[in-house]
Design a protein around this ligand. Structure first.
Ligand SMILES: [Zn+2]
Length: 475
């Protein structure tokens, strides 16, 4: 609500004031003096002013805002909406002690005023802002943060209460047209607000911009403090820094002996030579926080011969192939795959080979990449260490998709149902991870020959169960 008085003529103004007074008093959102008057009461304007009960956010109300006016005709007036959409109920200011009151109050404030303003009032100066006050004259903000003092332009009757805000140093703090002060860099400056109506009426805010308060790292832990890696392989402990919303969670990694194990900036520890060393991680933000990993680098297992059990070439976590074992795709397995692919096509199923033979060196690269991405524990669930992949045997194929949901697709279902007819087994069935050592892979088939594939289909066993063997890395 906004009540403006436009006084071009004395009588017109008086009339307008009377009308507005009535309107505002009826609609006034609050009792301006807190004296228990009802909203409809119209009090003697000379008695409504009580600075002690005035708005607490008007520090400047002790000064007289209305040098020319002896009374305030609008005790309940609501001034211009403040920035931010709030409205402020202003307190008529009597300017105690500084203002001659020509018409001393004669009636108690809690008595209904039977008559509106009866005296001619000189609003000549009441139409112009003569004083600008703030709820605060010092503001401290952090870089990037904001604060906004509340402005009161007096007298409240002045119709034009536009504000002009300026900062004397916008490199330190800026201010927008609503008076929102935002810290830019550390320092001090002054922000001034002037009345648009009367640029001589102004108030100054002392602004101090302080550094943004950073959230510091207070804790650092690892998921493991002991790491054993083979020469050529890697492992990566996970770091947790707390609190999670700390501003700088960067890590500084260092190896005590880079000729035994190197460590990169992500904490990937790679075994280079047999021996022991330590790898340390430090919080960049809080260098007092460190954690140490004991690293043991062991020799690659020296496997001289592939392992056959009951005539089956076994490759799993227990049984490795020599690094020199490099046969390429097994021709019998390839022929079986071709037959299976053709049969699938007749059923409207397209089988696509995503991965067949993989050399020891290729597997080394793949495995180390997975460890770098997911950590060794997770990588060991789905990627074989070098020497431990069936793909190196030339007997395994990955078909169509590497998503576990592939098992529910027509292609995945077809493979599970029919692959045994061509001498293949689904090597890593669902719910057998504890036995095979690898998670469910509906895409990975291994050629084993029709006799055994049929037996295994009938028994529902995986290869480890069928042969009564384990699948676990020695370390
Ligand atoms: Zn595979």
């Amino acid at each position: 609500m906004k009540c403006n008085l436009h006084a071009s003529a004395w009588l017109a103004l008086l009339l307008a004031a009377a009308l507005l007074f009535t309107a505002c008093a009826e609609k006034g959102p609050a009792d301006p003096v807190g004296s228990g008057e009802s909203d409809s009461e119209i009090t003697d304007v000379g008695q409504t002013a009580d600075p002690a009960q005035g708005s607490s956010d008007e520090p400047g109300t002790t000064a007289d805002p209305q040098p020319g006016g002896d009374v305030d005709p609008q005790p309940g007036v609501v001034t211009d909406p403040q920035p931010g959409g709030q409205t402020e109920i202003t307190e008529p200011d009597p300017g105690p002690g500084t203002e001659p009151v020509t018409d001393p109050p004669t009636e108690p404030a809690d008595e209904p005023a039977e008559e509106p303003v009866t005296e001619p009032v000189d609003f000549g100066d009441g139409t112009r802002v003569v004083q600008v006050t703030l709820d605060k004259y010092t503001v401290t903000v952090a870089v990037g943060e904001s604060d906004m003092p509340w402005v009161t332009m007096l007298p409240t009757t002045a119709p034009e209460k536009g504000e002009i805000w300026t900062s004397d140093n916008t490199e330190i703090a800026t201010v927008n047209s609503w008076g929102k002060i935002t810290g830019v860099t550390e320092g001090k400056c002054k922000v001034t607000v002037r009345s648009k109506d009367n640029p001589d009426a102004k108030a100054v805010v002392d602004v101090e911009v302080v550094p943004k308060e950073l959230i510091h790292v207070t804790g650092l832990t690892l998921d493991k403090y002991e790491v054993t890696v083979q020469v050529g392989l890697s492992d990566m402990p996970w770091v947790t820094m707390t609190p999670a919303n700390a501003d700088d969670k960067s890590e500084i990694w260092e190896s005590s002996n880079p000729s035994i194990a190197s460590v990169d900036k992500y904490g990937r520890i790679k075994g280079l030579n047999v021996g022991v060393c330590t790898v340390t991680v430090q919080s960049h933000d809080n260098p007092l926080l460190t954690a140490t990993v004991n690293v043991k680098v062991v020799e690659k297992p020296r496997v001289m011969e592939p392992t056959y059990i009951e005539g089956i070439l076994v490759v799993n976590k227990t049984y490795a192939l020599p690094s020199t074992y490099n046969p390429g795709v097994d021709p019998t397995a390839q022929a079986a795959l071709d037959a299976m692919t053709a049969a699938a096509a007749e059923d409207g199923i397209e089988l696509i080979v995503k991965s067949g033979f993989r050399s020891y060196d290729l597997q080394t690269t793949l495995y180390n990449n997975y460890v770098g991405r997911d950590g060794q524990t997770e990588a060991d669930r789905y990627s074989a260490r070098p020497g431990h992949s069936e793909h190196q045997a030339g007997l395994a194929f990955d078909l169509n998709s590497f998503e576990q949901t592939f098992g529910s697709t027509p292609e995945g279902k077809w493979i599970a149902e029919h692959c045994w007819e061509f001498g293949f087994i689904l090597r890593y069935p669902a719910d057998k991870e504890e036995i095979t050592g690898f998670m469910y892979e509906p895409w990975h088939v291994r050629f084993i020959g029709k006799t055994i594939s049929q037996k295994m289909k009938e028994s529902g066993q995986c290869l480890e169960e069928y042969l009564g063997i384990t699948s676990a890395y020695a370390q």
